[in-house]
Design a protein around this ligand. Structure first.
Ligand SMILES: [Zn+2]
Length: 235
């Protein structure tokens, strides 16, 4: 099912958030239920038809939907909010409460390293078998200190659950992050690798500068011709 097929889903998202679910958890639920973002057909520069959208949900997308004032019957114009003429899907009170829940809390000053729910590899690490991003996934159970067991799960496993044939499935978040940190730290001590990385970055930057310089030269020539023509047009 696509998100656009169920407008009431916005309402469902809002209720779930008010029910204590985090946007990332809501995204996981939507994905597991097989719901995808709206898709449409666009025409490319080469005049080919291409389908865009129809993607899995993520935390940011859920937040974007929930905080859209359109759903409480309002519209934005010139950075101001006005009452629209379209019917609302959620009440103003529910929308306001939901918006409040999504605002960052300033009461506690925690250092990042103490925040147990930061996932350092979110949006970076991919499943080696399926090639899809690994998603932060709370295991549900808690340890004896009351901290939840956190995992990175393969996107395909989040989507299809037991049906998925992925062998990687889920990795314990902290152990996985520590292994990657150790690996990066070891690489950082390898002089040959660091030197080679610096060299290839410099080479890459140089290769990008040349065409830009040529483009700049062309633009400057065109600009000077234009100015000359403009000057001539005056007489
Ligand atoms: Zn996988």
């Amino acid at each position: 099912m696509e998100f656009s097929c169920a407008l009431t889903m916005d309402f469902s998202l809002t209720l779930r958030l008010n029910d204590g679910k985090k946007p990332s958890e809501i995204a996981n639920i939507m994905n597991a239920e097989g719901i995808r973002t709206k898709s449409r057909i666009v025409t490319t520069n080469k005049n080919e038809k291409k389908k865009v959208g129809g993607n899995r949900f993520n935390e940011d997308f859920v937040k974007k939907i929930i905080t859209n004032p359109l759903y409480k019957g309002y519209v934005h114009f010139n950075n101001e909010e006005f009452k629209g003429i379209h019917p609302s899907i959620v009440s103003v009170q529910t929308w306001d409460k939901t918006y409040e829940l999504l605002q960052p809390k300033h009461t506690k000053r925690l250092t990042y390293s103490k925040d147990a729910h930061v996932h350092l590899l979110k949006g970076i690490a991919k499943c080696g078998e399926c090639g899809v991003l690994l998603t932060p996934y709370p295991g549900g159970k808690k340890d004896r200190h009351g901290n939840p067991y956190l995992y990175y799960a393969c996107g395909k496993v989040v989507d299809s659950g037991k049906e998925s044939s992925c062998k990687v499935r889920a990795l314990p978040a902290r152990e996985f992050e520590n292994a990657i940190k150790k690996c990066l730290s070891d690489l950082g001590h390898n002089k040959a690798i660091v030197e080679s990385a610096i060299k290839s970055t410099a080479k890459f930057t140089k290769s990008r500068i040349k065409p830009l310089e040529a483009e700049l030269e062309k633009t400057e020539k065109r600009l000077s011709t234009f100015l000359c023509l403009k000057q001539l047009a005056k007489y």
